[in-house]
Design a protein around this ligand. Sequence first.
Ligand SMILES: NC(=O)c1ccc[n+]([C@@H]2O[C@H](COP(=O)([O-])OP(=O)(O)OC[C@H]3O[C@@H](n4cnc5c(N)ncnc54)[C@H](O)[C@@H]3O)[C@@H](O)[C@H]2O)c1
Length: 272
Amino acid sequence: MKSFEDKVAVITGAGSGIGQSLAVQLDQDGSHLALGDINTDHLEETRQLLTLGTKVSCHNVDVSNPSRMSQFASDVIAAHGHVDILINNAGITLTPTLFEDIPAQQFKKVIDVNMWGVYYGTREFLPYLRRRPEAVIINISSLAGLVGLFGYSPYAMSKFAVRGLTESLQSELVGTNVSILIVQPGGVKTNLIKNAPDLTDAQAREDSHQEFTRAAGITPEKAAEKILKAVKKNRRSLIIGTDAKVVNAIRDLFPNSFPRILHSAFSRMTFK
Ligand SMILES: NC(=O)c1ccc[n+]([C@@H]2O[C@H](COP(=O)([O-])OP(=O)(O)OC[C@H]3O[C@@H](n4cnc5c(N)ncnc54)[C@H](O)[C@@H]3O)[C@@H](O)[C@H]2O)c1
């Protein structure tokens, strides 16, 4: 897709971080926006950042809820008439926790949002995308969709699933009007950890957020810029950040010792 002007873009998780930056940049590029988020305050923040020169609709939606996602698609079509770009971006993580210490319900919550959310988004919007002359799906996976990161087992499981679905669809949709980009960012300075559902104490939330953003390599604005550039270049896969590229390369170079390398790098981190 060479230009975003006059295109209708659906973005889930548009109230914060990478989704918010994508909304701002697509707005500047002349796209019409359908913004979805579970948090209406976040959505309002994003709306305030837009020039509103184009049509914008905001939708309070939980991507893990199939009937809400079905309604979301109907509402977007009612508001905009069609869809050209779908960005399955909404996602959550727990703070780093060993697999054996994660209650099943919390593990499932991550899978519900990150994996089923992408499935519902794709299932509901693909029929509309198929009707356009040219359309794009952008699925936000993670470095944790390339490498099973220590302390992030539910997140890694969900992000590997996003990559699996995307790669299957990429081959199924060859020769059609729809292309799909899979994005695997390393650390990005967003509210991902601040929004972690397992954090209940305000101070712990702030401390973990500060630690995460100090370690993260790039800003959400830069990540969004790279994602939109990759779409314009018609790329199928994008790894963002030196951290992601280096860790992925180490795994390929040292497949047998890689678990031990990750263990010694991460096991000194604070675990709950
Ligand atoms: N920040 C990073 O380091 C990083 C790295 C790799 C991948 N990612 C991925 O990027 C995507 C965006 O995350 P971010 O870093 O911008 O985080 P963020 O927390 O800043 O933004 C995520 C947004 O998704 C929304 N959201 C959460 N659950 C939802 C649900 N059930 N339904 C609808 N909206 C929901 C939140 O309210 C929030 O506005 C996620 O898929 C995340 O896994 C982030």
